[in-house]
Design a protein around this ligand. Structure first.
Ligand SMILES: [Zn+2]
Ligand SMILES: [Zn+2]
Length: 260
């Protein structure tokens, strides 16, 4: 059995909860410690029961809560060495610092963690697949563009949280300065709804059926638009297999998805 619950998702902060038979893991802590504590409490989980926090990369929307978390709870926090080198200002004590290497699996309790590199403008950004009891959950946000190897990484996932960051027209007609628009749409920025929809269709035809769209931009996207863009693409497939498609809540704790 493996449980998945999105706590926070979007450019304003990200945190995902994953629970296996004996292990409780957070991926990212991009909102305040207090908000994560409350979100976990709403699931009946105490923060002190969390076994580890995995960090995808150093950007604030993934790391904001770490300073307080490290001070209040003595929880192992895993990041790559390069990512730690960019997080000095967070003042995380050494006893909480754990490292991993991209593409090298490691164990936390009964969970096997597979970190894989993603193209994004951070020093050493990663996505994660959590494998336990023959199940696989993948969390992949902050992806500048889709590479063939990423399709391989995501194939076989029982649940996939995938970024659908921006609508291209909304981004380029919006108020962001031009350099920021270029950065977001670049090969090391974020995925557009259109790119995500094509990736999701490919993965669906490879056998993945549960998709959660996440890390939506508040300014350059709309949940309904992201959902509809991906839904249209899925519906254009000749496959007739039922699927789950939803949009991760920005600030609301989503329902727990359970894979048994
Ligand atoms: Zn980022
Ligand atoms: Zn981000």
């Amino acid at each position: 059995m493996i449980k998945f619950c999105n706590l926070f998702s979007g450019s304003s902060g990200n945190s995902t909860y994953i629970e296996t038979d004996t292990t409780k893991i957070l991926i990212d802590a991009g909102v305040s410690c207090t908000r994560i504590v409350k979100a976990l409490e709403s699931l009946g989980v105490s923060f002190s029961d969390i076994d580890a926090i995995l960090i995808t990369h150093e950007h604030t929307d993934h790391t904001k809560g770490l300073t307080t978390i490290a001070k209040k709870f003595n929880i192992p926090i895993y990041a790559t060495e390069k990512t730690w080198s960019q997080m000095c200002s967070l003042n995380v004590c050494d006893s909480c610092k754990y490292t991993f290497t991209p593409d090298k699996n490691f164990e936390i309790g009964d969970a096997n963690i597979h970190p894989f590199s993603i193209p994004h403008d951070a020093i050493d950004p990663c996505g994660f697949s959590i494998l336990s009891d023959g199940k696989k959950i993948t969390v992949a946000t902050d992806i500048g563009h889709v590479e063939e190897r990423l399709i391989t990484e995501m194939t076989g996932s029982d649940i996939l949280l995938i970024e659908s960051n921006y609508d291209t027209d909304t981004l380029f007609c919006g108020a962001y300065p031009y350099f920021l628009k270029k950065r977001i749409a670049s090969d090391v920025g974020h995925l557009s709804n259109e790119s995500t929809s094509k990736l999701v269709k490919t993965l669906y035809e490879n056998g993945v059926t549960k998709f959660i769209l996440g890390h939506l931009s508040k300014e350059n996207n709309f949940p309904e638009l992201a959902y509809q863009t991906v839904l249209n693409e899925l519906n254009s497939s000749t496959l007739n297999v039922p699927f789950h498609l939803s949009v991760a809540g920005r600030d609301t704790v989503d329902d727990i998805l359970e894979i048994v």
